[in-house]
Design a protein around this ligand. Structure first.
Ligand code: SF4
Length: 402
């Protein structure tokens, strides 16, 4: 006899193992086998290589490099996802976060010209733009009636801008939006600001903090691999400097996120190495707030021949991050890059945060993203509730906001 139990927390179970091929998961003792409780923590997999990893996940044991490689290589997406969902629910239960935010990309002029970047251009081209401080203020004022809690600001390395522009920009933004957190600059920009200001890294960060910098979005490392760095973004800072910047920023009391750009020329091993490097820095500083896997979009880049990431890879990057980054509180499903539908599904594959309303996303859309350029609060709610989770609007530091 086959019995099926369907609860909010359970998946279908073929009790008598009649070969339906349906994987089994019962982390909570809500499922009974013919009335008898089933041992908590049991999980079966299509891919038997996942079983020893589940033993570690279930007992809270840190996963190794080889475990990360096995997770990425496995075709048992459901098995990887169920383990990630187990960890996600232990940390966050049924809650899924989002923030009411606004993006500001102050210039697309950049001297680095990374091969994967569709956003950057040279000064003097027809698409080039640089906003003055007054123009940035005007953009914030346009949305003054909205309850924006966070300003997310990144831009290119524009040699026509001096350090005073950046401190002035932060001050002006803080004046217009005193209630919002200023989350700005990748480690690449921080390194650049240190060079143009002539200040040490620590002093640069201190000046930016005094001007209002309260958080950093965490980009710029892409994938911490010398091979990928040399091939795709040789002018950009490498792994050692990225880590140094992040460590300095954390030491200054400024939390950051961390990202990984996947779906270009990186290998599975390079992805795992990237995650473990982040995990090690997090052990030292505790300064990372969320990890955000970023799906590569190749349109309008020098790598336009590279196809879009698959849905399986998008979900796997969320799940593997959730499992490998045991010291990161939050994993984001960035709907701009993986689309609203995939982000909604990712909430059941380890993600606990959908980032934000955004409005006017430019960088990924220049590279061909087909997602919306922004979402309303109602749309965020519908996405989260539609996935069976409870939406919680948060500030930048994951405090719920009324
Ligand atoms: S990714 Fe950043 S640093 Fe590289 S070209 Fe684009 S804007 Fe410049």
């Amino acid at each position: 006899m086959t019995e099926w139990s369907l609860t909010r927390w359970s998946y279908l179970r073929d009790i008598n193992n009649e070969g339906t091929g349906i994987a089994v998961w019962q982390p909570f003792a809500e499922i009974s086998r013919g009335g008898e409780p089933v041992e908590e923590g049991t999980m079966e997999f299509i891919d038997p290589k996942l079983a020893p990893i589940w033993e570690k996940v279930h007992t809270g044991t840190r996963l190794s490099f080889d475990d990360g490689r096995t997770l990425y290589a496995s075709h048992d997406l459901s098995g990887v996802g169920r383990m990630a969902d187990f960890v996600r629910r232990k940390r966050h239960g049924n809650i899924a976060y989002y923030v009411y935010n606004q993006h500001v990309n102050y210039t697309n002029v950049c001297s680095n010209r990374c091969t994967f970047c569709a956003f950057a251009t040279d000064e003097g081209t027809k698409n080039a733009y640089t906003w003055s401080i007054e123009e940035v203020k005007a953009r914030l004022l346009e949305r003054k009636a909205e309850p924006v809690r966070e300003i997310h600001m990144v831009g290119g390395l524009n040699e026509n801008l001096d350090f005073d522009y950046f401190t002035g920009l932060l001050r002006a933004m803080a004046e217009v939006r005193p209630e919002a957190t200023l989350k700005a600059f990748t480690a690449v920009e921080i390194d650049y600001l240190s060079r143009i200001s002539g200040l040490s890294l620590a002093d640069t960060v201190e000046k930016l903090k005094e001007a209002g910098l309260a958080m950093m979005p965490g980009g710029g490392a892409e994938v911490m691999s010398e091979r990928v760095h040399d091939a795709l973004f040789p002018k950009k800072i490498g792994k050692a400097r990225w880590l140094e910047v992040m460590e300095t920023v954390h030491a200054a009391g400024i939390p950051t996120n961390a990202t990984m750009l996947y779906g270009h020329i990186e290998t599975i091993e390079e992805r795992v190495e990237h995650l473990i490097t982040l995990r090690e820095l997090q052990d030292r500083t505790g300064g990372f707030s969320a990890f955000i896997p970023l799906a590569f979009h190749s349109k309008n880049t020098q790598l336009a021949y590279i196809p879009a990431t698959s849905g399986v890879d998008d979900l796997k990057n969320v799940s593997v991050a959730r499992l490998m980054l045991d010291n990161f509180a939050h994993i984001k499903a960035y709907w701009v890059m993986i689309g609203e539908k995939m982000a909604q599904v990712a909430l059941s594959f380890g993600a606990d945060d959908l980032d934000g309303t955004i409005i006017e996303e430019r960088i990924t859309h220049t590279a061909g993203a087909t997602s919306a350029t922004g979402l309303t609060r109602d749309e965020m709610f519908a996405m989260i509730r539609g996935a069976g989770f409870e939406p919680v609007e948060r500030d930048s530091f994951y405090n719920p906001v009324p």
